[in-house]
Design a protein around this ligand. Structure first.
Ligand SMILES: *Cc1c(COP(=O)(O)O)cnc(C)c1O
Length: 473
């Protein structure tokens, strides 16, 4: 593609992006499709000769866009948000145009130094003390895998990478029964084995791992010849927002010299507001913390902020220096040089820091705080309204902007069945999009508010859609 054509189509794409965002509220949040419907419209093999951009762009508009679920829709209340603030989209365009590979300081000096700086802005914004260093990981799953690998290596006196795990005592990792499945997978991939993930029963309204049972489990494991390696605390679990007592978990960890990783992938964004920080009280005692600015804060996938107290334990676990990656620059005491690929599982790295820098500068922390406070307040109001509506109950109270509810009027079928019918009807209706979960054996409908463009009117429309669909069941 020559440069003038590139310029032209970049402008077309920018126009399309602005028009798309403007008209989003008119689309159903999720398309009404059957599997294979999009594939049926796609050529069976790649063309031998190039096609005109007009045709490619037209097919994008007519074949791809109608088959998308619109995560930026102001009434997307499913899962967790995956926001892309317009300012972060612009930064990502620039990044893609440069296509830097930010694995080493030398391959991307400005990207590396900006990453260090902007994560330190973020650290301060979250109220974390000095002494945490940040790195951008592609996902919370990767950050958690890196943390579990550190737990493993630390417990094995740094011998696991060399010798493997055979012959070692079985390692144990502890977490509540509310943690995200990325924890299970990190434990599989680290070779620790799912049977060695000890799930401590959760208690109380926040569904926190019971610290007494946690302590007992560790002591029993020690007596039985296991090797405890670390604890994973959840702050804002995906199902119903399960939140551990981080302070209590860290105290138990200190008694047994265990590494603590905090998964606050969704809820971490809210910690820019001081009034929500009680949810992770004691977090300064943790060794590793991950949260996803690509969820609530608006830096679009993929940007996970990972803070660690001791970067040396991360690089000791993950760094490798083949001849072809050695560079001639080392930095000095004044500015020690960082090669961020030594802090993460993948080698290659996009220039992700730019979109976070643009975002924080454009909105300011105060602008982002206001958005989050609105979402939390609107979720609380909506939960009250649903509670006050005949035939509905709130099953789990709002944790920040996430709560669950269910419908109680059945025509002879079970409550689980009627709620499955209700959520299918709501999602077919298209005005809003919700997902479900199971808690205490009950099928419940989950609702979170977290979209950049959501207004109180959208919340009202979602309420109308829910109650009208229930009436019509
Ligand atoms: C979304 C989420 C994850 C996974 O995040 P990725 O960045 O997609 O890997 C992990 N834990 C919690 C609590 C989450 O909400």
């Amino acid at each position: 593609m020559d440069n003038e054509t590139f310029r032209h189509w970049s402008k077309v794409a920018a126009d399309w992006g602005a028009d798309y965002r403007k008209s989003l509220a008119d689309f159903p949040v999720r398309p009404d499709l059957v599997p294979g419907e999009i594939d049926a419209q796609l050529a069976r093999s790649a063309p031998e000769t190039g096609e005109a951009m007009e045709a490619i762009f037209e097919d994008f508009k007519t074949r791809i866009v109608p088959g998308m679920t619109h995560w930026q829709h102001p009434r997307f209340f499913a899962y967790f948000p995956s926001n892309s603030a317009p300012v972060a989209v612009i930064a990502d365009y620039l990044v893609t145009a440069m296509a830097s590979q930010c694995m080493l300081w030398q391959t991307a000096p400005a990207a590396t130094e900006l990453e260090t700086r902007v994560l330190d802005w973020m650290r301060q914004g979250l109220g974390l003390p000095d002494g945490f260093s940040g790195v951008i990981q592609d996902s919370a799953s990767s950050a958690t895998l890196a943390a579990v690998l550190v737990m493993r290596e630390r417990a094995l006196d740094w011998a696991g990478n060399k010798k493997g795990l055979s012959g070692a005592k079985p390692l144990r990792i502890y977490a509540s029964d509310q943690v995200h499945t990325s924890i299970d997978r990190a434990i599989w991939f680290a070779g620790i084995g799912e049977e060695n993930l000890v799930r401590v029963p959760s208690i109380g309204p926040l569904r926190s791992a019971d610290p007494t049972l946690l302590k007992r489990a560790i002591e029993k494991d020690l007596a039985d010849g296991f090797l405890p390696a670390g604890i994973i605390a959840s702050v804002g679990g995906t199902s119903v927002g399960g939140t551990d007592d981080v302070e209590a978990m860290c105290t138990v960890a200190q008694d047994h010299n265990l590494y603590v990783h905090v998964d606050a992938a969704w809820a971490g964004s809210a910690m820019i507001c001081p009034e929500y920080r009680h949810y992770w009280q004691g977090v300064e005692h943790a060794d590793s913390i991950v949260f996803n600015p690509h969820k609530w804060l608006g830096t679009q996938f993929d940007l996970s902020a990972h803070f660690v107290k001791d970067p040396a334990s991360l690089t000791k676990t993950l760094a490798i220096q083949p001849e072809y990656l050695k560079t001639q620059t080392d930095g000095d005491d004044r500015y020690p040089l960082i090669n961020y690929s030594e802090w993460s599982v993948p080698l290659g790295r996009r220039f992700r820091a730019l979109k976070l820098w643009f975002l924080l500068r454009f909105h300011g922390l105060e602008g982002l705080r206001q958005m989050i406070r609105n979402h939390v307040e609107w979720a609380e109001l909506l939960a009250e309204k649903i509670r006050a509506t005949d035939g509905f109950e709130i099953v789990t109270e709002p944790m920040l902007s996430l709560f669950t509810f269910r419908y109680l009027r059945t025509q002879g079928e079970s409550l689980d069945d009627v709620n499955l019918r209700l959520i299918n009807a709501i999602n077919k209706d298209g005005r809003t999009y919700l997902t479900q979960t199971k808690i205490d054996g009950k099928f419940v409908i989950r609702l979170q508010i977290g979209q950049f463009e959501t207004s109180p009117d959208d919340v009202q429309i979602a309420y109308d859609a829910i109650t009208e669909c229930a009436e019509r069941l």
